[in-house]
Write a protein that binds this ligand. Structure first.
Ligand code: IFM
Length: 450
């Protein structure tokens, strides 16, 4: 392994990312209403290990400490999300001033430290009344979402210049499909996908109207699919997987139509929907963790199954550790979407079971090695012609990994969930030195020891 780190363009933005439900806690404080995830976590057998987001990292009450961790890291950008039920508990109408005031403190605290806020309007937690009306399968949700986005931009648009409408519509759609038989999974999942796209498209002009010089984008979790071999059925399965995952949102956003299979678009859109969805974007957010290799299968909504990637180990969540495939995904994007807006890498990270050693240090060399390898791929893609303008590590803090609970730790900062004490990991010190080197023009030798 070379210790020489690549030098990125001087204007490249470096950051870290989080999401409200995963870190904030304070689930019913100061007028916040319940969310779909509160309900899900509170029901018997909800999240792994009985986890809830009731306290999480208690970021809501420890904002100053977390802002100082960001400043100490030396990032120029912080991607966070707003909890919709905290600011608009019923999902329409009344705005909760105390909830909005929290995000004022967050945004002002970032700006005071010279860190640019990047605001995600929706990272999966919506008010329970929205869920009761069908969630993203509900017909009114896109319009409710666009109203909510406008409320945020009216409040924060004077200070927040970078806006992300929706994080990972694919994850939202899969979540809605889980446990359903294939036929109904296809029907419900694809309806949710379309409503997510409509919500996004309706929100874009509303955001634009209130941010002068603002940048508006969306985050997609992309994998990069390949067949396990040359068998025609597996090759066809990989093409199907690409359509139902990577292209399902890229195509309507960037090509103005849903992808087709067997001569038919995979989603039936109403008159005028495509024009709404394809509203011009200023950036495309890409979240990348692992590639996908698939075989044909009789089960599953879309008749393919993921199989191991040869030569790659797996991480705590069972995902292939294959950072070299990141470059393949970026070059696929370059080749297939030449008119795409500039890319921001909005998430990239590594789950592990990090714990402090006897001296209290948290050593996470595998995370450092993974991030370094991914960054080399991003750099090579830029050299090859990709227009990539920023990179955000997922995540600042260990946090609630949704259905998986608190066991998978993604943070650069360890959180002791009993005491809520924060301990910067070795990866935090590595990233800080990496960023300092980038500011000096790159030629530092950060290595793995802090
Ligand atoms: O924790 C999630 C995040 O909320 C969305 N992107 C993937 C991350 C890791 O699974």
């Amino acid at each position: 392994m070379s210790d020489q780190e690549p030098t990125f363009p001087p204007a490249f933005r470096w950051g870290v990312a989080t999401a409200a439900y995963q870190i904030e806690g304070a689930w019913d404080a100061d007028g916040k209403g319940p969310s779909n995830w509160d309900t899900r976590a509170h029901r018997p057998g909800g999240l792994a290990g009985g986890a809830t987001g009731d306290v999480a990292c208690d970021h809501y009450h420890r904002l100053a400490e977390d802002l100082d961790l960001l400043a100490g890291l030396g990032v120029g950008s912080y991607r966070f999300s707003v909890s919709w039920p905290r600011v608009q508990p019923a999902g329409s109408g009344h705005w909760n001033g105390r909830g909005l005031a929290f995000y004022d403190r967050l945004v002002d605290g970032l700006l005071a430290r010279g860190i640019e806020p990047m605001l995600t309007v929706y990272h999966w937690d919506h008010p329970q009344p929205i869920e009761d009306a069908g969630g993203w399968a509900g017909r009114d949700t896109p319009a409710r979402f666009a109203d909510y986005a406008e409320g945020l931009v009216v409040r924060f648009g004077d200070r927040v210049k970078r806006w992300i409408t929706i994080n990972e519509p694919l994850s939202v759609m899969h979540d809605g499909m889980s446990g359903l038989p294939p036929e109904s999974a296809r029907r419900h999942g694809l309806r949710m996908a379309h409503h997510l796209m409509l919500g996004h498209g309706l929100a874009v002009p509303r955001l634009r109207a209130h941010t002068r010089g603002g940048e508006i984008g969306i985050c997609l979790n992309l994998a990069g699919f390949s067949p396990a071999g040359n068998e025609p059925r597996d090759v066809a399965a990989a093409a199907r997987a690409e359509v139902y995952e990577d292209r399902l949102f890229l195509d309507p956003l960037l090509r103005g139509a849903y992808p087709e299979l067997d001569g038919r678009p995979v989603v039936e859109a109403g008159d005028g929907d495509h024009a709404v969805i394809a509203a011009p974007l200023d950036f495309l957010g890409v979240n990348w963790y692992a590639p996908a290799r698939v075989v044909a299968s009789a089960s599953g909504a879309f008749r393919y199954t993921r199989v191991p990637v040869p030569g790659a180990g797996t991480n705590l969540l069972g995902w292939p550790v294959a950072p070299e495939h990141f470059g393949a995904l970026l070059s696929w994007l370059r080749a297939n979407y030449p008119d795409a807006p500039p890319i921001q890498i909005t998430e990239n990270g590594f789950p592990d079971a990090d714990e402090p050693d006897a001296t209290g240090s948290v050593r996470d060399p595998r995370r450092i090695e993974y991030l370094r390898s991914c960054l080399r791929q991003v750099h090579a893609a830029i050299e090859a012609g990709s227009d990539i303008r920023g990179y955000h590590v997922w995540s600042l803090l260990d946090n609630l990994e949704w259905d998986h609970g608190y066991r998978p730790r993604f943070g650069l900062v360890h959180v002791d969930f009993a005491t809520l004490a924060r301990t910067p990991k070795e990866s935090y010190r590595w990233y800080r030195r990496f960023l300092a080197a980038q500011r000096r023009g790159g030629t530092e030798v950060p290595g793995c020891s802090a």
